[in-house]
Design a protein around this ligand. Structure first.
Ligand code: NAG
Ligand code: NAG
Ligand code: NAG
Ligand code: NAG
Length: 387
């Protein structure tokens, strides 16, 4: 029987099949699949998702010499700024933890694989589920439906982590993607204050630099949208007075007006042609625009100029707010979101001879500063970066 199996295994069809099965088994049972944890005790504190469900996260304990180090990643997924938009979300995973995946695969900066993630693989790693529609800033006290309590969700998840050992953190990173990146930026200094004894606390924005660009095609202006968002979620309570005392709070959701006041170092991992901002945000009302975004060959000269203008505005705003401690990795590939995507970390294209993983790690540990912007490409590229 054993011989027979051996012969079968050697067969040219069976062998690849066995390989595939082994790969599938590793994926399913591999150590990086992480089970969801709900926080039902948060409900009595009023910290709930848009649909009233409890906050949730995926957590892996640190080990070895990573036991007192923490990396938090805030999930993103756009915003909702009205009853209509937020009600729609109560039936989606961006508004309800009931609909989140039961297990999440930890990749890139959250990976436990030393080869992929040599600097953070054994840290305590947390992936926080996004379900508030406000980048973790909302704070409406009344019992409304949908509930708008994003800032409270952030607070109770952090309280829980502090109790699980984060109060002893030596090194810590607050990161996030897209709307989650914006949450990480806005909470960055507050996060540092939670762990005053930690020696190194920094934040990472993965595609969270939402620029203050003109909207050429008549859709609601970003400022007006942000004004609606702030009013609906009452995020103004949360926004720093250093900004809101100087200008209309709706302008305090633009990085250009707020980053300078943040004292904790931030790394910006961004595309100069952010796919989501270009495609969905600013120019979405022109039907020919979407076709152009996906195929530069059909763009009109005006549309190509808009892309160049977009990039110029983005770079100008970023240069305007950076300090010597800021990390910058700005490439020209169409992309929105890097961490947790294939090829967005250890296999990414390089800038300054470094992958994203190397650039962020060296910057975090102060081995070297990193401020690289791809200046070669004036137009977006469909590079391998887009997985
Ligand atoms: C959500 O889904 C439920 C059940 O499918 C449906 O009855 C309800 O109308 C939906 N609500 C919204 C706001 O779409
Ligand atoms: C870690 O990642 C490397 C590179 O992708 C891979 O070859 C190796 O099998 C992985 N190790 C584990 C334990 O999954
Ligand atoms: C703030 O800006 C928004 C959007 O431009 C506007 O609708 C609102 O009236 C402004 N608020 C104040 C107090 O000026
Ligand atoms: C780029 O980095 C590699 C190692 O990562 C090094 O061997 C090589 O010399 C570097 N090249 C330049 C031009 O700095």
């Amino acid at each position: 029987m054993e011989n027979h199996i051996q012969t079968m295994a050697d067969h040219w069809i069976i062998r690849p099949l066995i390989c595939i099965l082994i790969v599938m088994a590793t994926q399913v049972h591999g150590s990086d699949w992480t089970t969801i944890t709900f926080l039902p005790s948060a409900i009595s504190k009023g910290a709930v998702c848009l649909d009233g469900s409890p906050p949730a996260y995926y957590f892996r304990k640190g080990f070895g010499d990573g036991i007192d180090n923490w990396v938090i990643f805030l999930e993103g997924g756009g915003w909702c700024a009205s009853n209509k938009g937020c009600l729609d979300r109560t039936n989606m995973s961006t508004g309800s933890t009931k609909l989140k995946e039961k297990r999440h695969y930890f990749k890139d900066i959250l990976s436990s694989n030393h080869t992929i993630n040599p600097n953070f693989y054994n840290w305590n790693r947390v992936y926080v589920g996004y379900c508030d529609g406000s980048s973790y800033t909302g704070d409406v006290e009344e019992n409304t439906y949908p509930t708008r309590r994003g800032a409270k969700i952030f607070d109770v998840v952090m309280e829980d982590m502090l109790a699980q050992g984060m109060k002893n953190a030596k090194n810590a990173i607050l990161s996030g993607g897209s709307a989650g990146a914006w949450g990480a930026i806005l909470h960055c200094d507050g996060f540092r204050k939670l762990i005053p004894k930690a020696s190194r606390v920094k934040c990472i924005s993965d595609s969270g630099f939402f620029i203050h660009a003109k909207n050429l095609y008549g859709a609601k202006k970003r400022e007006e949208y942000f004004a609606d968002l702030i009013a609906y979620h009452r995020s103004n309570k949360f926004l720093p007075a250093s900004c809101t005392s100087k200008m209309n709070a709706s302008l305090c959701l633009f990085p250009e007006n707020i980053i300078k006041d943040i004292k904790t170092p931030i790394f910006f991992l961004e595309s100069a042609f952010d796919y989501y901002q270009l495609k969905e945000h600013y120019f979405s009302d022109d039907p020919t625009w979407k076709i152009c975004v996906d195929n530069l060959k059909v763009c009109t000269p005006t549309q190509l100029q808009i892309m160049k203008d977009y990039r110029a505005t983005f770079i100008k705003e970023l240069q305007g707010v950076k300090s010597s401690s800021t990390g910058i990795f700005v490439h020209s590939c169409y992309r929105h979101g890097h961490l947790h995507e294939r090829e967005g970390w250890d296999k990414s294209p390089k800038l300054g001879n470094k992958t994203v993983a190397e650039a962020i790690s060296d910057w975090y540990f102060d081995r070297s500063s990193f401020q690289e912007i791809d200046t070669q490409n004036e137009l977006p590229r469909n590079c391998a970066f887009l997985s």
